[in-house]
Design a protein around this ligand. Sequence first.
Ligand SMILES: N[C@@H](CCC(=O)N[C@@H](CS)C(=O)NCC(=O)O)C(=O)O
Length: 213
Amino acid sequence: MKLYNFHASSTSYRTRIVLNLKGLQYEYIPIRLDKQEHLSPAYGEVNPMRGVPTLEVDGVRLYQSSAIIEYLEEVFPDPPVLPKDPVGRAHVRAICAIVGADMHAVNNLRIRNFVRDTYKQDADGVTAWISLWNKAGFEAIEAMLRADKNRNGFCYGSTPTMADAFLISHVFSAVRFKTDMTPYTEIRAVVDNCNALKPFADAHPSNQPDAGG
Ligand SMILES: N[C@@H](CCC(=O)N[C@@H](CS)C(=O)NCC(=O)O)C(=O)O
């Protein structure tokens, strides 16, 4: 497998976490967002949305981190990153959707650039935009975690699921963009538990080959 990705990209980070949780090896192909490599015609041939990650499996390219992660779960079910019961699966997927659709999608690089360039926002204005959507999402997830009396250390149950991969990677990005995480005690406890595990630590942006370059 080849993973076209970028160390600091949260969608790449969440995919790396799941690959690591499942013990899967892959070739790391850096696509430097900071050098706009994702906008090159060559990468446009790889991924028609010009986003990262892309997972290539036996020459077939898969897009969208949520679809990639669900593919990995179907093909490599052990250890699982989705619970067995349908209600649990819906709960985990809901957390993923809050992060993926309600937070990341509206704060993505191309959206931030549009807010800056078209709506003439300075750095503080862009940060305010990011924080608005992060706050809405983190408040919802914090409430879900607090209400779930059966979970034990993670977003759901007592082992990591794809919800943890989505949450941990987005918290990294939120901290980078100055979102105040102080109010979210349940989320911060989950982050600490996950980051203590090797599959999460190995997936961290600072541990990737293109970090700092
Ligand atoms: N929904 C897609 C989003 C992919 C995506 O856009 N990733 C970001 C990096 S976190 C990116 O490549 N952004 C480039 C841009 O916005 O131009 C997924 O989950 O894979």
